[in-house]
Design a protein around this ligand. Structure first.
Ligand SMILES: C[S@@+](CC[C@H](N)C(=O)[O-])C[C@H]1O[C@@H](n2cnc3c(N)ncnc32)[C@H](O)[C@@H]1O
Length: 273
């Protein structure tokens, strides 16, 4: 049996180079029911469950996410920085954080995805990587109760991570939170207005009523979160019709050189309103 490989040869902003070829037999990964599929990234091969999981890796925003991750690692992650990767998936972003010497706690709720994640990063030592099969809310509550603190927290869900974002603010004295949100899809489709107003305040209404204001959503999140922690600052964000990837600094200084690098990256991809 053949499996596809998507190669993520980044750093072209905009369209990344996507290449498919075949290798690996299913018998090498027997616990996964569906055909194994592969993604090549930064010299490492990641197994994923099904080819549709690769689709996200072909869009502009995913390539830009990798570029942002790499810049952030380079400028902000110190060796041994404590990182919580709360939506670890197959471990590709986890790998970005590991490559810069971070000590990473990676959490994944889906049993089969967790099996891939463990396999994909199995050669990292236990003192650098801890992988957990769990719901991240439970893990974060336990971490909070134990007084654990992190330097960087990555929240990269499908959909939203509102609850986890609020918990994250308690798990950092100072540091950074990466947040991916697809909540503006609700605004585009006139869904969940009450939920989003209760989360982010009345300002959200303007995005529902005038779709051209949807690109302001990350700023609205920032404003709202300032009422939870006043020292939060939106450092940068990129958006497509489907998701926004945002970096928040919490009481932490952002190197000027990083701000300069971020300013070169286009912010909006595709049709937003
Ligand atoms: C967008 S993917 C993560 C992609 C990954 N960060 C990357 O860049 O390679 C989101 C993942 O979060 C997992 N997930 C969703 N809800 C979760 C929860 N409450 N706790 C832990 N993992 C969760 C999903 O199973 C999925 O694999």
């Amino acid at each position: 049996m053949k499996a596809d490989v998507v190669s993520m040869g980044i750093p072209q902003i905009g369209l990344g180079k996507v290449r498919e070829h075949s290798c690996l037999a299913k018998k090498e990964f027997p616990e996964i029911e569906v055909s194994p599929k592969l993604i090549e990234y930064q010299g490492r091969t990641f197994r994923v469950l099904k080819s549709s999981d690769q689709i996200g890796f072909k869009g502009d925003i995913t390539y830009v996410k990798r570029k942002l991750n790499q810049l952030f690692s380079q400028y902000c992650l110190k060796k041994k920085s404590a990182v919580l990767d709360a939506f670890a998936g197959y471990g590709i972003t986890t790998y970005d954080w590991l490559l810069s010497g971070g000590r990473v706690a990676a959490v994944e709720k889906n049993k089969n995805v967790h099996a891939c994640l463990t396999e994909n990063l199995k050669d990292f030592p236990a003192d650098q990587l801890k992988v957990q099969h769990a719901d991240n809310v439970k893990v974060m509550e336990q971490l909070q109760a134990s007084g654990a603190k992190f330097d960087t927290i990555d929240l990269d869900p499908f959909g939203n991570a509102y609850q986890q974002f609020k918990l994250s603010l308690k798990l950092l004295d100072k540091g950074f939170i990466w947040l991916t949100s697809g909540e503006h899809i609700n605004m585009r489709r006139n869904w969940n207005r009450d939920v989003l107003i209760s989360r982010y305040g009345e300002e959200v209404v303007k995005c529902y009523e005038d779709k051209s204001t949807i690109p302001e959503f990350p700023k609205i999140i920032e404003k709202h979160m300032k009422s939870v922690r006043s020292d939060i600052q939106l450092v940068t964000h990129v958006m497509s019709h489907a998701c926004a990837r945002m970096l928040f600094a919490i009481g932490a200084a952002v190197p000027r050189s990083l701000k300069r690098e971020f300013s070169k990256i286009p912010r909006y991809y595709g049709y937003l309103a």
